[in-house]
Ligand binder design. Structure first.
Ligand code: VGL
Ligand code: ZN
Length: 247
């Protein structure tokens, strides 16, 4: 069974973990003002992580780029970017495809007209919030790998958080070819780990070991003593539960 390897290595979120969903805003998606190619493709992956973290009673936090109209990062002000994620505009809204919890913790960043802030820790109360919630481990997803994600992850490492980048749930811009690769290298160099959905506990890993041979048990009624019967029923129960959880 794949259990053994899985039991040692799989990740199980807990109440000391937070999932950070970085900047899944209309302007960063195809059709937006500063689109990340295929940015919309990671939204279903992020939605799965949100479900997983919510059911584990971990925290879900959404950051958003939230610029004033005269922000220093805009070309008109001498910056590198077209206007994007301007406060209160449609482009600054979270994607309607993103399934955030009913009352997500929202962190607005880069709100100071004179200051660019790619990190969700820069000039926000994110660190304070995480400390108050007792969060020790941060799982980071979202856009863009080579700007907000890398800077947020490096900021988290500097503050001492155990930091994990969910690499199947982030995409970058690559203004220069290789930017995304370099971002992953920089994050790992500072101690962040890269994980994907496959590294998390899956339903089979949670089943009791007796489920390894249910057919053999069934073929040998003499072995169906009370204890084994019980175990078999438990495993059926677990299977059903997981099915309903996954909808
Ligand atoms: C971002 C470019 C400009 C980001 C924000 O969220 O990664 N990138 N502003
Ligand atoms: Zn921005």
């Amino acid at each position: 069974m794949k259990g053994e390897k899985g039991l040692n290595k799989t990740i199980n979120p807990t109440g000391k973990d937070a999932l950070l969903v970085t900047d899944i805003q209309i302007d960063f998606l195809p059709g937006g003002a500063l689109p990340v190619t295929n940015g919309d493709k990671i939204i279903p992956v992020i939605n799965n992580y949100i479900k997983r973290f919510e059911s584990a009673k971990a925290y879900v936090i959404a950051s958003r780029d939230w610029h004033p109209l005269n922000h220093i990062s805009f070309k008109k002000q001498g910056g590198p970017w077209p206007p994007h994620c301007v406060q209160e505009t449609t482009g600054a809204q979270f994607s309607p495809q993103l399934k955030l919890p009913d009352q997500p913790i929202v962190i607005s960043k880069a709100t100071d007209p004179k200051h660019e802030a790619y990190s969700a820790f820069d000039n926000t109360n994110l660190h304070n919030t995480l400390q108050q919630l007792g969060v020790e481990r941060l799982f980071v997803t979202g856009l863009a790998t080579d700007y907000c994600v890398v800077n947020t992850v490096l900021g988290a490492r500097e503050l001492g958080y155990d930091t994990i980048v969910l690499s199947d749930a982030t995409l970058g811009i690559n203004v220069q070819p290789g930017d995304v690769d370099r971002a992953f290298e920089a994050m790992q160099k500072k101690g962040a780990s890269l994980l994907t959905e496959a590294d998390f506990t899956h339903s089979e890993d949670n089943l009791p070991l007796t489920t390894a041979e249910p057919d053999i048990l069934a073929q040998k009624p003499t072995m169906m003593d009370a204890a084994k019967k019980k175990a078999k029923m438990r495993s059926k129960g677990a299977g059903n539960r997981i099915k309903t959880e996954r909808g």
